[in-house]
Design a protein around this ligand. Structure first.
Ligand code: IMP
Ligand code: MG
Length: 176
């Protein structure tokens, strides 16, 4: 029987500090423009909740959900939407995503969101695993943390739907 062990990679306090910096950066770029924060379910919900509360802009929330076919945890490039947002036409859209891994999800979401004719589109990701990238087109505008190739849980991210409620970002490992 394998035992799952979670070790703290980024503490709750370090996340909070980084989100304060990100919010300041966003504020500098957008000024007082109204923003539509589009959260990619489910992994980005905690990030959305915490980051949005550090912004004093007029903010709307919307949600979409991506499913990748094939392996549960590793996307193979085949991505589809299982929940769509409302109209984003002429909105300043900031996509909130949990992690850039292979990058296929970000490529798909940028294309999809651009087809909704927003006034502008930027992408904010909490975590980046550059060593895992499979496409050069997975670009984003704001980043929380760049991390090594370890499996992450907590702060919204799951393993088999568990651990999303951990207040920190953890590395998951398996032991006999
Ligand atoms: P992509 O490979 O960049 O398309 O990422 C697809 C999705 O896989 C991400 O949005 C996450 O939901 C999930 N994912 C990737 N790496 C991890 C991880 O280390 N822990 C938990 N979920 C992950
Ligand atoms: Mg995700």
């Amino acid at each position: 029987m394998m035992r799952e062990t979670v070790s703290v990679l980024i503490s709750a306090a370090a996340i909070d500090d980084r989100l304060t910096e990100l919010a300041a950066q966003i504020k500098e770029d957008y000024g007082d423009k109204p923003l539509t924060l589009v959260c990619a379910l489910k992994g980005a919900v905690i990030f959305l909740a915490d980051l949005s509360r550090k912004l004093d802009n007029n903010v709307e929330f919307d949600f979409l959900r991506v499913s990748s076919y094939g392996d549960e945890s590793i996307s193979n490039g085949a991505v589809a939407l299982s929940h769509k947002t409302g109209s984003l036409k002429d909105r300043h859209v900031l996509l909130i995503e949990d992690i850039a891994d292979t990058g296929h999800t970000l490529v798909f979401l940028r294309k999809h969101l651009m087809s909704m004719e927003p006034a502008s589109l930027k992408i904010c990701v909490l975590l980046d695993k550059p060593d895992r990238r499979q496409t050069p087109d997975a670009k984003f505008d704001y980043l929380g943390f760049s991390i090594p190739d370890v499996f992450i849980v907590g702060y919204g991210l799951d393993y088999a739907q568990r651990y999303r409620n951990l207040p920190f970002i953890g590395a998951l490992s398996f032991e006999e």
